[in-house]
Design a protein around this ligand. Structure first.
Ligand code: HMG
Ligand code: MG
Length: 320
């Protein structure tokens, strides 16, 4: 008999919550710092062990996150939770260290076009800059995530070769990143591309257990891409509460895969995450109030509109 899907799935997956950073960075109207802090604290309380709170980037480039230091000062950190902040350069690292940050994320890309629009330099130049930054970050004992954007397509350069993704990922790994997050920045990926990128990573001897995928759901393919990645040994996925977000420097980028949608899929398939989906929905409802509108996440909206359901969805496949 053909091997069943359930036999090829991991028992446990880690979800990295990026809603307060990737989710909010593109919001045009100012969001009060207290609302952001309440959102981050509610997400950690929901059981997420990694919650990205903000970014120490240039405040004029991303005005919404200009209050990064205030957010970090007001935040009550929970034991056992990582709070990585985006850091693009030495100035960002200094600001982050002054805020008592213990986890950072550096970010480059698999394509020059996007990297130049995002941080004003080629991929090679950014990696050279991070080399020096990593030395200081490692000396401080920081935990470091490395983002590779545009792994499945670039809004400026078009198609991206899986070997290029593997090369940039390997270089970040060699610099000392503890975890790599491979982004589908503009949400163009499909499952066979996921398979091709994983094959290239395996070919380049990148340890898959250190790799996260960061899907944006622009074209509705984020969850099928997760489903393609799971049997290939990928066990970390980024998601954004309510499906908020997008990158201001990637034309056409919309929200990340919604955390609730990801959890619905994983819960239903009996994959443990340690995250309480209903608590994430409550965190989303809180930030939605501050935004004055409802975010697009499908499961979040389905829960809001549900009346009295005869069963508690999803029915887990191991219970049915
Ligand atoms: P720059 O202007 O080229 O920087 O910005 P510079 O080194 O030329 O410095 C110019 C001035 O900016 C100086 O001040 C610096 O001190 C200051 P002056 O001497 O003129 O008074 N400066 C800073 N101030 C505060 N914080 C800093 C900082 N750096 C310099 N960190 C820079 C270069 C990279 C900083 C800028 O382009 C930038 O901040 N870009 C924002 C990028 C960003 O946040 N993008 C969105 C996140 S990435 C993403 O969304 C993708 C992801 O989700 C994964 C995926 O989906 O693929 C992660
Ligand atoms: Mg992103």
């Amino acid at each position: 008999m053909t091997e069943m899907l359930r036999d090829r799935l991991p028992a446990r997956v880690r979800v990295v919550e990026v809603g307060a950073r990737d989710g909010l960075q593109n919001e045009p109207d100012p969001i009060p710092t207290e609302a952001k802090v309440a959102f981050i604290e509610a997400l950690a309380a929901a059981g997420l062990d990694t919650v990205e709170p903000t970014a120490f980037v240039h405040p004029k480039r991303v005005p919404q996150l200009a209050d990064a230091a205030e957010v970090m000062a007001a935040l009550t950190r929970q034991d056992g939770v990582r709070y990585p902040v985006l850091v693009p350069n030495a100035k960002g690292l200094e600001r982050a260290l002054q805020s008592g940050v213990r986890e950072i994320a550096i970010f480059s890309a698999a394509s020059d076009g996007f990297n130049e629009a995002n941080i004003g330099m080629t991929v090679d130049a950014s990696l050279a800059g991070y080399d020096a930054l990593m030395e200081r970050a490692k000396a401080e004992g920081l935990w470091i995530r490395g983002y590779v954007s545009t792994c499945f397509g670039c809004p400026f350069d078009g198609a991206v070769a899986p070997d290029r993704v593997a090369e940039v990922t390997s270089r970040l790994l060699a610099m000392g990143c503890d975890e790599l997050s491979l982004g589908d920045t503009i949400g163009v990926a499909h499952p066979l591309q996921v398979e091709a990128v994983v094959a290239a990573l395996v070919g380049a001897r990148v340890p898959i257990e250190k790799v996260a995928f960061h899907f944006h759901d622009t074209r509705g393919t984020a969850l099928v891409n997760v489903l393609a990645a799971l049997p290939l040994g990928v066990g970390i996925f980024d998601a954004s509460a309510g499906g908020l977000g997008g990158c201001p420097f990637a034309p056409g980028a919309t929200g990340n895969l919604a955390t609730e949608d990801l959890l619905y899929l994983l819960d239903g398939m009996g994959i443990e995450t340690g995250v309480d989906r209903e608590a994430v929905e409550r965190a989303t409802a809180g930030i939605a109030e501050a935004l004055g509108r409802q975010p697009p996440g499908r499961v979040y909206n389905a829960s809001r509109s549900a009346t009295r359901a005869p069963v508690r969805w999803p029915v887990r496949s191991d219970e049915a």
